[in-house]
Design a protein around this ligand. Sequence first.
Ligand code: ATP
Ligand code: MG
Length: 585
Amino acid sequence: MEYERIHKRPEDCAGANLRNYEAYAETFSWDQARALLDGLPGGGLNIAHEAVDRHVLAGRGDKLALRWIGRDEETRDLSYVALQEQTNRFANVLTQCGIKKSERVFSLLSRTPILYVAALGTLKAGSVFAPLFTAFGPEPIKARMSIGSAKALITTQAFYHRKIEPWRKELPSLEHVFLIECAGEAPPGTLDLTAAMASMAPSFDTVWTSPEDMALLHFTSGTTGRPKGAVHVHESVVAHNITGKLALDLHPDDIFWCTADPGWVTGTSYGIISPLTNGVTLIVDQAEFDTERWYRNLECEKINVWYTAPTAIRMLMKAGAEVAKRYDLSNLRFIASVGEPLNPEAVVWGQEALGMPFHDNWWQTETGGIMIANYRSMDIKPGSMGKPLPGITAGIVTQSAAGEIAEITKPMAMGELALRPGWPSMMRAYLHEEERYRKCFANGWYLTGDLAMRDSDGYYWFVGRADDVIKSAGHLIGPFEVESAFMTHPAVAEAGVIGVPDEIAGEAVKAFIALKDGFEPSENLRKELLGHARKRLGPTIAPKDIAFRKNLPKTRSGKIMRRLLKARELGLPEGDLSTLESEEQ
Ligand code: ATP
Ligand code: MG
């Protein structure tokens, strides 16, 4: 391993929630985690009660729940008691409109306070919240709302005219459209939400929900194909709450910033629910990524815990550590990353630029919450995703020709990453796709579709998505390892690696490279990069070919779409592009 283990000193761990991973994991039980929450009388459980009302009932209502920073840097603050009142009003609107338990309420809103109110108010009303990302066009919105049999939608008047009205008649289940930012009277068939909420009572009795009642509908990122609608229940709050404490080290006095949009699962599980159940102050920035603005947020909002993603980290790296050094980041205590493999280079860069390493963690829309993580008090092996959350049993498995699943225990043997089902935030279905859901489970395992390895210390190493792994001359090559080797070259901003058909080897490795500012593609640089990779990876694994790109195709949630690089390279159909970020070539 090229990168040295990052040892945690006692001062790095002082006050950490999880001090001794092994000891804690041994005695952990989900019942203990459940006992940290209130629940509802008669064995009920409701996410919004745990996130909002519980704190008000315990006398913490005046605490700042959410600080919103608008695009133009205007700020708005909501205490827990204000959030309670707003969510009550919203729940009253739903109830008065006759929207019932389990019915689906979609949102198509940018990161504005009403999005957070709508999410929690919907849960209070016992309905199901289904967030959509605002950059989706009319078709992907319609597809998702049809799958979810949307009963209601909250959006802006402008989005309504552009993205909903053209097809609204084709979705008869959509009975209610609530609009914000109405210019004048709300158009026919819609309701002005701001006015409706103002006329509602500020109190509301949370609808009784059982832990198994459906609460959230999240669509996957669509990195590997058509997005799936993962169903989550109120019980998932048990995992959201405890993983916030263990994997993100959230403490009640923390100021926490999760940069993900609630249109994706991270932005809901960790951008709304987990921080609020943990009673922290949540920072929400409406604007998109901007290097200086992000450092300014960290400094001015005195952020203690920061949860972001590899694409953003790579962009910060591109701007250079000197930029970070211009800001006072002394309040930062813990920084974490999710969504894509985090190159070891980036983990170490955190230390240089921000004074602490990034802590990578792994999970999926389907798992609802963090499953494998690097903890504040645990040594980091850069490039590793860390160890399973207490309460989670992970394994590396293979499938025989007969379909039997067997666990591989040999250290650093590659196989599919699998989890023993039964944790609270596990998806309960892919909506209307029973067969696809059933295929995720075999021999008592949930199969993740990701390939990984486990070392002799129990750390997990991501290899690649099963679909992305390259079979070359009898070797299985994970794109992440090859991409990470390129990332150690000073000219490389991003790398995406795929397999292309090769007569002799079966598949050959091809790399797509985006360069940092100040570097231009050239034949010399191409040769240099090929040599650089060969030196680090050896001739078997190193790519034979490189293509330069200004940008790599990514999902709107920031994941490199290797399947699209491959389809384009081979002239194959591009498949479902509903989550593709618009590309600058
Ligand atoms: P789809 O399932 O529709 O193709 P997706 O898998 O990208 O999309 P998500 O559920 O948002 O949808 O992403 C989960 C996946 O992201 C994981 O299965 C894994 O491939 C990748 N991922 C997430 N975190 C990490 C991480 N820390 N390291 C490596 N890969 C990660
Ligand atoms: Mg997936």
